[in-house]
Design a protein around this ligand. Structure first.
Ligand code: ADQ
Length: 469
């Protein structure tokens, strides 16, 4: 079997089971894929040095090797905090109002992609397959090709692809997508993001696009573009659910809820996750129904992320203010309706919290997939499952059609969904959950990685299946 080389911004090895913490969905997914197959995980160490050397630090991890490089402070400012998180992230989440277009950001992004290519090329052997993760490295394949790499190179985009009308607001958008077309395979989380990409390629690049099979031909190259919806490591997660830590977390939450229905949200603190809008929906619920303080407890777990970026400082301040105001208005002397917790938890504890919560509230304004929705489903008690309320704007909504799907911007709809979920009969909860759980169990991260790698390893584009499978 050929080796797998994974490239991503950060390399984060989970130290044994249940310790992934708040590293985000990518870390959770990649550890599963690399542990199952073996190979090298290459990325930024997270450290800064005064002068870039490209020197690699190699370490043996749990079943695979990690190789990391250090970056200069201005690389981190311009490439990571800049172009990746202040330009591409907001734009790809449809927030062109927050997207910043600075020349230095673009130049830093190009420079770091070049540096990654220079350091990676010596590690790659002839029949390795190279699998690049996410929006940090859209042009990396082009840089690797320029250095003569002939290997199969694939990209998986964990975030949405915006509609062409929004994407064209990015300066040099044609150049960026033309560089992406040096990948052999580009994977998206959902058919919606895939279709936006294909539409852009046809309309703006005038590429030859076969939408039925997801093939883009441009300047003599052929790229396969398909939807590969990511999943969770279902087996591992279920095993965590058997642990004492999970049971303790469950009992602790149930005990402290004092017979109130627990609603849970678990999200990185990010403006794409729709957190202030959730509190607005709660506000309506509490105003519409009497005595909600005795009926409902909303736990929002939201560890801060990207704290160097101003829009993240702002969303944090907004949330603190809104939860403070809400609790001030709706608490009783011995009952507080919103518990807002700014830290990460072990995955076993999360399992216990999910199971204790009769409602999972997953209402991002835009999200590539959203793995919390899938974790919430997996963690439910089959005999008495909770209800998932899911934003129709998350990639997960394409698969999890038996959730209560809502428009997170429509507060009334979310309020109604919470009320419906609180009052849903057991038979309906079971029926919905069984359908949801079958999807979550049968499309896990191991299968996701295997599908992508199989597509990437194939030398022929002749016998392609339809774009979505
Ligand atoms: P994220 O935006 O980070 O990922 P998500 O898919 O929800 O979002 O993954 C979050 C992961 O981090 C989950 O496994 C969750 O359990 C964990 N997590 C979140 N908060 C936590 C906390 N307080 N403590 C512990 N763990 C916590 C990006 C994209 C998503 C896409 C994933 C994977 O934005 O759309 O689903 O990558 O492709």
């Amino acid at each position: 079997m050929s080796r797998l080389i994974v490239v991503s911004n950060r390399v984060s090895v989970t130290k044994g089971r249940g310790a992934a913490g708040a590293q985000g969905g990518l870390a959770v997914a990649m550890n599963g894929a690399l542990r199952a197959r073996g190979g090298i995980w290459f990325g930024w160490s997270g450290n800064e040095v005064d002068r870039f050397t490209g020197q690699l630090t190699m370490q043996r991890a749990d079943g695979f090797t990690t190789a990391t490089i250090d970056l200069e402070p201005h690389d981190v400012d311009e490439y990571y905090n800049g172009y990746a998180n202040r330009t591409l992230w907001p734009l790809f989440h449809y927030r062109i109002d927050l997207a910043e277009y600075e020349n230095e950001f673009g130049m830093g992004y190009e420079r770091v992609n070049e540096r990654f290519a220079n350091s990676l090329v010596p590690l790659v052997e002839d029949d390795d397959v190279v699998w690049v993760q996410d929006y940090h490295f859209l042009p990396l394949a082009e840089r690797l090709r320029a250095q003569g790499l002939k290997n199969r190179i694939g990209l998986f985009l964990h975030i949405p692809w915006p509609p062409a009308r929004l994407f064209v607001s990015l300066p040099f958008h044609e150049r960026l997508v033309a560089a992406m077309l040096h990948y052999d395979v580009i994977g998206f989380q959902s058919v919606e993001w895939l279709e936006s990409f294909l539409h852009y390629c046809r309309k703006e690049l005038h590429a030859d696009v076969d939408e039925d099979v997801g093939i883009v031909r441009h300047e003599g190259r052929t790229t396969v573009a398909r939807a590969f919806p990511i999943g969770i490591d279902h087996k591992e997660f279920m095993e965590l659910g058997e642990s004492d830590a999970a049971r303790r977390a469950h009992d602790r939450l149930v005990g402290s809820a004092r017979n109130r229905t627990v609603v849970i949200g678990v999200d990185r603190l990010d403006y794409s996750k729709g957190l202030p809008e959730r509190i607005d929906a709660m506000e309506r619920l509490f105003n519409q129904h009497d005595d909600m303080v005795n009926k409902l407890l909303y736990i929002q777990i939201a560890p801060p992320s990207r704290e160097d970026v101003r829009s993240y400082q702002e969303i944090r301040a907004t949330l603190e203010q809104k939860t403070g105001q809400f609790n001030g208005a709706h608490s009783d002397v011995d009952l507080v309706p919103i518990r807002y917790v700014n830290r990460g938890f072990g995955r076993a504890e999360l399992f216990g919290f999910y199971r204790a919560a009769k409602i999972g509230l997953v209402t991002p304004i835009r999200d590539g997939m959203n793995l919390v929705a899938k974790e919430y489903v997996a963690a439910q008690d089959p005999a008495d499952p909770g209800v998932l309320i899911l934003s129709r704007f998350a990639g997960a909504a394409e698969q999890l059609t038996d959730a209560l799907l809502v428009n997170p911007l429509n507060h009334d709809e979310v309020t109604r969904a919470i009320w419906t979920a609180m009052n849903m009969p057991l038979a309906e909860r079971k029926e919905r959950w069984e359908a949801l759980n079958a999807v979550v169990r049968d499309s896990d991260v191991i299968g996701w990685a295997a599908d992508f790698i199989e597509q990437l390893s194939g030398n022929s584009t002749e016998a392609l299946e339809p774009a979505m499978h």
